[in-house]
Design a binder for this molecule. Structure first.
Ligand SMILES: Nc1ncnc2c1ncn2[C@@H]1O[C@H](COP(=O)(O)OP(=O)(O)OP(=O)(O)O)[C@@H](O)[C@H]1O
Ligand SMILES: CC(C)(CO)[C@@H](O)C(=O)NCCC(=O)O
Ligand SMILES: [K+]
Length: 251
């Protein structure tokens, strides 16, 4: 069995797959301790041999997590590393090491799946857009705050914006109607910002490639913008698909 870890800024997404890449177990945790508990549970029914991980956390935090997995489970963790070129994609950053590894994994996966030009959108703590041309040239991308950051900035920097944490999709029945409470106004306002952001990415992709490209959408808040993206491919495990290409495990 292979353990796969996508260590984002707010959450760690984990899953266990078999040699045929079938997903046996998966989950989302908020801390290393929670991850250890989840894997201790999984170990009861699955033998944990291999582990691969992509992390956007600091080198220290990432090393700490690796050590913890080695100690508790005897795992040697393969970690995704920056590269200037991988699986036919050329990293477009001036300093290729600076490109977030989650973005790099998503771009590798999208190009693998499309074999053509693609726009890759990831809606997590931050929102990112990346552009890959049909020849594999990554042109770079854009980063902006994601829904959790937009909300918390408003809460933190205003005196009177406060409302109970509630399922935000409760406000999305009529997403375009002006909000009639603080919660509605903020939730719909932030969702509209992200919809506007992704629309502008589509405009740019069309300016580059006309209709000859694919849009890939991933991340915890993908559903917030999916309706403004015609012919989008929603791929929740896009980063894991890239991770398997970056860190192959021969069995
Ligand atoms: N099962 C879930 N657990 C946690 N968050 C979820 C879940 N499903 C959807 N979300 C939403 O996903 C968002 C977090 O996105 P995601 O998990 O993709 O990224 P992240 O780990 O926070 O950060 P990063 O972008 O660095 O990967 C939150 O706004 C949250 O509301
Ligand atoms: C932008 C995030 C936070 C998105 O998860 C991550 O990809 C990251 O930390 N990137 C490093 C900066 C960059 O990609 O330019
Ligand atoms: K992510």
């Amino acid at each position: 069995m292979i353990i796969e870890l996508d260590c984002g800024n707010s959450f760690i997404k984990w899953r266990i797959i078999d040699a045929a890449s079938q997903v046996l177990l998966s989950g989302v945790v908020g801390s290393t301790e929670e991850l250890v508990r989840a894997l201790e549970g999984a170990r009861v029914s699955h033998e944990l041999y291999h582990c691969r991980m992509v992390s956007v956390r600091s080198d220290e935090e990432t090393a700490c997590l690796e050590q913890c997995l080695a100690q508790k489970f005897g795992l040697r963790v393969l970690t995704a590393r920056p590269a200037s070129c991988l699986a036919g994609v050329r990293n477009g950053y001036v300093n290729y090491e600076s490109l977030g590894l989650d973005r790099w994994m998503a771009v590798i996966a999208a190009y693998h799946l499309s074999a053509g030009a693609c726009l890759v959108l990831d809606l997590g703590t931050a929102v990112t857009a990346d552009f890959v041309a049909a020849n594999g040239d990554h042109k770079g991308g854009f980063i902006c705050p994601g829904l959790p950051l937009l909300r918390s900035q408003l809460r933190t920097h205003t005196r009177r914006i406060h409302y109970d944490a509630v399922a935000s999709n409760q406000f999305m029945a009529e997403p375009l109607a002006p909000g009639r409470s603080t919660a509605e106004a903020v939730e719909r306002g932030c969702a509209l910002m992200l919809k506007g952001f992704v629309r502008s990415q589509v405009e740019l992709a069309m300016a580059y490639w006309g209709d000859d490209y694919e849009v890939f959408l991933t991340g915890g808040d993908a559903s917030v913008v999916a309706d403004v993206l015609p012919r989008v491919r929603v791929v929740p495990d896009l980063i894991f698909i890239g991770l398997a290409i970056a860190c192959p495990i021969s069995s």
